[in-house]
Design a protein around this ligand. Structure first.
Ligand code: SAM
Length: 214
């Protein structure tokens, strides 16, 4: 009898310990927060007039974070916080945190209010700063980056973040549909790097580049 119990118990304990379900960080569920964010996004639909991403691009960022279980996010270009809300909502489920930067005081303040109203402030460290100076100073590491500030600086933002981007991490950039000045230099550069794999999601007219680091 003792041998039978041991032969069942030991493999069961081993399976429990090595199972991916228990070794991966779990996606946590908070139905109350979900309701609050959903209600906020529903009420504010049609109110995003500060160069904000469309909801479909917000959902794209949300899905990328959940799919890859990212936890250390950076956004360059907060504006009034629409993309930040989608990113932080995903991070509320992976146990992560977002640093987001904007240079405009009025938009930064509006974003703080929106983050509070959506119930997501605790997942966001919103900085009022010139990203040209702050991004190179940030320690990292990051596993998810969303670049959505001045397009002429995209390549410089990428160069500053690249060493702090973990393997398996991803750098995304908005408005890449047209290879206009700044965007072209950024895309040519990131596509030239052998350890970065870039695709462009064109489901919205803006286009989002998604570059994974090997
Ligand atoms: C396209 S909007 C960002 C939209 C935002 N991601 C959203 O979907 O809600 C670009 C923002 O980048 C900010 N920006 C432009 N240059 C910047 C800089 N050098 N440093 C920080 N923010 C900058 C602008 O103030 C503006 O709010």
């Amino acid at each position: 009898m003792k041998n039978i119990i041991i032969s069942i118990l030991i493999p069961s304990i081993w399976i429990f310990l090595v199972s991916p379900v228990y070794t991966q960080t779990e996606i946590s569920s908070n139905p109350e927060l979900d309701k609050k964010v959903e209600a906020f996004l529903k009420d504010s639909r049609g109110e995003w007039r500060d160069m904000n991403v469309p909801a479909s691009d917000g959902k794209l960022l949300y899905d990328l974070i959940i799919k890859n279980n990212y936890t250390k996010a950076l956004e360059i270009g907060t504006s009034t916080g629409h993309s930040g809300i989608w990113i932080a909502w995903a991070l509320s489920k992976t146990g992560g945190k977002l640093i987001t930067i904007d240079i405009s005081e009025s938009r930064h303040k509006a974003a703080l209010k929106n983050f509070r109203e959506a119930g997501l402030s605790e997942y966001i460290d919103a900085r009022l700063a010139d990203a040209h100076e702050l991004v190179p100073e940030l320690d990292g590491p990051f596993d998810f980056v969303f670049s959505d500030a001045d397009k002429g600086w995209y390549k410089n933002y990428f160069i500053a973040v690249y060493p702090k981007l973990v393997s398996g991490g991803c750098f995304t950039a908005h408005n890449v549909s047209n290879r206009m000045s700044g965007i072209k230099e950024f895309l040519d550069y990131v596509e030239s790097l052998p350890d970065m794999k870039t695709t462009i999601d064109r489901s919205s007219s803006s286009g989002v580049s998604i570059s994974y680091k090997d």
